[in-house]
Write a protein that binds this ligand. Structure first.
Ligand code: CAA
Length: 258
């Protein structure tokens, strides 16, 4: 059974989670397929990736409650590790990942959005961590990422109450980065991905690497990582050509990723 559609348009790839009959809930097979889809996109040379949910009702309504219900503690721990590994591979994916969120992003679905680099949501999006109402806690790295995104106190407020919030409030809390009208979600996500994809790909990858490598690292270490990545951009065809074009030494050329 296929739960993920991969579409490619120029240098932009889109992964669409399609399990509409269960509000795109993330069961084990879907998580495995998501991981395999990331590998396929990686081989295809995309410069930006969009992850979204099929239909207008849900981005993803969390981990699969039917699958989890009878888990033993050991099985639940394995499931959590599986989900965590997939979220981490999105977080560390070589190119920027945009979450295009329409409808519910609850529990593991919100954790999936949090593992992306940029979160764009439409006005009908709703966010929350209902795990506590089911007797469990977020299991895909969500507590850490939520804390990083909105701070420990607001993370406690959301995760301990299980309250659901709407997109406007999510924007105020910085849980999402941009908000758009409901019918415009994919158009806006595509436009954002295009803006990223037309920049120098080696530089964009270096930015993502530095941002992710430096999270939680002391300042002195981050400066070294940034300086090294900055140095790595020099001498590439793209750098020489783009700076040459600015200085009117040569024509402006599309970026080639070398
Ligand atoms: N797991 C499994 N199935 C789910 C699901 C989930 N997380 N969310 C929705 N579904 C299924 C429903 O069981 C229902 O299936 P049937 O048609 O076979 O009955 C179908 O999707 C449609 O759902 P509803 O009828 O409930 O639709 P609604 O519009 O009335 O409500 C909703 C939508 C608010 C998203 C509601 O479905 C809901 O609350 N879902 C659960 C959300 C949740 O608690 N997520 C957290 C899961 S725990 C977790 O994620 C742990 C972790 O971090 C690893």
């Amino acid at each position: 059974m296929s739960y993920i559609h991969i579409t490619e348009r120029g240098y932009v790839a889109t992964l669409t989670i399609d399990r509409r009959e269960a509000m795109n809930a993330l069961n084990s097979d879907l998580l495995t397929e998501l991981s395999e889809s990331l590998d396929k996109v990686r081989c295809g040379g995309a410069r930006a990736l969009i992850i979204t949910g099929a239909g207008e009702k849900a981005f993803a309504a969390g981990a699969d409650i039917a699958e989890m219900r009878e888990f033993s503690p050991a099985q639940a721990e394995e499931y959590s590790k599986h989900g965590n590994a997939v979220m981490r591979s999105i977080e560390l994916f070589e190119v920027p990942v945009i979450a295009a969120i329409g409808g519910y992003a609850l529990g593991g679905g919100c954790e999936l959005a949090l593992s992306c680099d940029i979160r764009l949501a439409s006005e009908n999006a709703a966010f929350g961590f209902p795990e506590v109402t089911l007797g469990v806690i977020p299991g895909f790295g969500g507590l850490q990422r939520l804390t990083r995104a909105i701070g420990v106190n607001r993370a406690a407020l959301l995760a301990c109450t299980g309250d659901r919030i709407h997109a406007k409030r999510a924007l105020e809390l910085r849980l999402i980065d941009e908000l758009c009208a409901q019918g415009e979600l994919m158009e806006r996500a595509d436009a954002l991905a295009d803006r990223i994809a037309r920049n120098a790909p080696l530089a964009v990858r270096a930015i993502k690497r530095v941002l992710r490598d430096c999270e939680g690292t002391p300042y002195a270490g981050t400066i070294c990582a940034e300086a090294s990545a900055f140095g790595g951009c020099f001498g590439t065809e793209d750098q020489l050509s783009a700076m040459g074009a600015f200085l009117k030494l040569n024509e402006k050329r599309p970026f080639v990723g070398r």
